[in-house]
Ligand binder design. Sequence first.
Ligand code: SF4
Length: 470
Amino acid sequence: MDRGEMTVPQEEMARQAEFAAMVRALPHRPGSYHVVTYGCQMNAHDSEKIAGMLEEMGMVASEKREDADFVIFNTCCVRENAERRALGNVTWLKEVRKQKPDMVIAVCGCMIQEPGMAETILKKYKFVDLAFGTANLHKLPEMLYETLNAGKQTVNVEDRDVIAEGLPVRRLRQDAAYLTVMYGCDNFCSYCIVPYVRGRERSRDPETILREAEELAASGVKEIMLLGQNVNSYGKGLPGNPTFAGLLEKLDGIGIPRIRFMTSHPKDLSDDLIDVMAKGKHILPQFHLPVQSGNNEILKKMNRHYTREQYLDRVSRLRSAIPGIGLSTDIIISFPGETEAQFEDTMSLVREVKFDSAFTFIYSPRTGTKAAEMEGIIPDEVSTERIQRLISLQEQLQQETLKRFIGQEEEILVEGLSRRSRLAVSGKGRHAVSVTVEGTEQDIGQIMKCRITNLKNNTLAGERIPGGKA
Ligand code: SF4
């Protein structure tokens, strides 16, 4: 399929808009909705699109799922426990529906795209009214119309590898916005289910992305998060071979105060991208660079296409081009066959890099991936002991590395009231580290300048710089 064929035609999007109007006109349509989201930022953004479409169909958001007329679970399948949790919550709602028989229940997202899951839903979860995959999102108006009219289960997981432009979005935050630059992944890391459920890599047209960013800037957005499973390989298959570095440079010129992006694959992190970041005015000095393991043999079995040495080279290039850059990572321990010595290689890499934060996971097999067929499953007690060692090492190093901010000026985008005090607010600094500062509700959504004074439990505390709104 070439890229032109991937983009959902305008006529189809117009047809869906007609279905949305038809749902809106139905006398028995749901009046309220609640979206339950699992997983990553891509899913969170999909949920914003779902909410946007449902509001176009005349529904209003309900704070609690049990009060809503239409409840939709946007699922994740990257880890088995996320899947179990989602199915458990779906089953719980079946009980709620006994008191609320008109409630409509839908399940969507990555889990539904897993081989065999649609059939399972049809057979085992008969109370689910609607199930659809990530690539069928734009067809929600049509699917919902059919479900409400025919009163029977609708399951749709047919489409793959599409790009649907122009969907309405109900953003979770007014000050910050997600902006997808590419979908899918071609990397097939041996433990990962994403390429099977999110399809092949496909990049959005750069002009469309820039237009969307300009609209976000005009609406007063202060931060954008560029999204993609592997943003570094943006542009593959597009005419003129645009690159992520080139796109980022243009986005930097729009003037949105803060630009972040995720996720990046170390093998695709180019010098050009580092140079653009170093020169950029609005690109935040932070980088999430998943390493997964510090051992070359394990990296090979993971099909990651880089070595420990190459990873460390990227880190040192980033640090010399952008001094003080905030680095975070993802780590999987207990990959099949991982020996104590191989695990120790990961520990030594963590000691060497000194990440500002690390998301650590025990390997969990996903059916359909190469790693799920590998031998050498690590016993639970070994994994538990290893992850505790890794977490405690990271916490100790984090305590040291975050000290570099003490006494420095930082600029935070205030996200909300602090959980510990109603007289304090918290938000992320430019290096993606959370900072708590004295403040009130009026500060939420504002960029505030502060001086870091203290570090407690890996959270920075700061003092407001008078008149320091950026
Ligand atoms: S890069 Fe690897 S881990 Fe990331 S989504 Fe693609 S296959 Fe999964």
